[in-house]
Design a protein around this ligand. Structure first.
Ligand SMILES: Cc1cc2nc3c(=O)[nH]c(=O)nc-3n(C[C@H](O)[C@H](O)[C@H](O)COP(=O)(O)O)c2cc1C
Length: 180
């Protein structure tokens, strides 16, 4: 099973990216987990660059190919100023016309040091992905508050309840993939 992880943070010590790395370690041996690393290489989206018959910019073609190769996707995002990071929304805007999220089992995680767990960014990204026909049942939307006490600087999960939630999320993605 191929899972693509997309972090909405460009920070080198991002908790969201570390969470995705931790999920990769929790996954079963038959899971091939790829962490997408091209968010900052995508051009700014403009419909003028994305018309029918146009050749996609290489970074966009790369993202679309990685999405196509994935059986399931996990997005993990911070929240900035009560919204989703612009870099992540920019990436999703490139996928509207190419529809690579259609029917893909997709988990949406938001992690924040605040109690709210980035719930507004999570709601916004979920709405955008659902418009693009991603399959997102409510039980694989995780809002992780107080994240800095649940994962340490080495990227290890220190909260057993969170570890359990992430294992359940992986199981749900697998079940959805088998059903598809
Ligand atoms: C400019 C800025 C705005 C932020 N706004 C929010 C916010 O609205 N809600 C929130 O939960 N956290 C907010 N934060 C805190 C981020 O959630 C926190 O920095 C988080 O660790 C970033 O995720 P990362 O560790 O994956 O990079 C903000 C941080 C910055 C720098």
């Amino acid at each position: 099973m191929n899972i693509l992880g997309i972090s909405g943070s460009l920070r080198s010590s991002s908790t969201n990216t570390n969470l995705l790395r931790a999920i990769a370690k929790l996954a079963a041996a038959d899971v091939n987990f790829t962490l997408y690393d091209g968010l900052d290489k995508l051009p700014y989206f403009s419909p003028e660059l994305d018309f029918e018959g146009a050749e996609a910019p290489p970074a966009v073609a790369h993202l679309r190919a990685q999405l196509d190769a994935a059986d399931a996707i996990i997005v993990s995002t911070p929240e900035y100023a009560f919204g989703a990071p612009g870099v992540l929304k920019n990436a999703l805007d490139w996928i509207v016309s190419s529809a690579n999220f259609t029917d893909k089992p997709t988990a949406v995680i938001s992690a924040s040091p605040m109690h709210s767990g980035g719930d507004k960014a999570n709601a916004s990204i979920t709405q955008t992905l659902r418009v693009m026909q991603a399959t997102i049942p409510e039980n694989i939307r995780l809002m992780i508050g107080s994240v800095k006490i649940k994962i340490n600087a080495a990227g290890e999960i220190t909260d057993p309840a969170l570890e359990n939630e992430l294992k359940n999320l992986l199981q749900t993605l697998r079940d959805l993939h088998i059903k598809a």
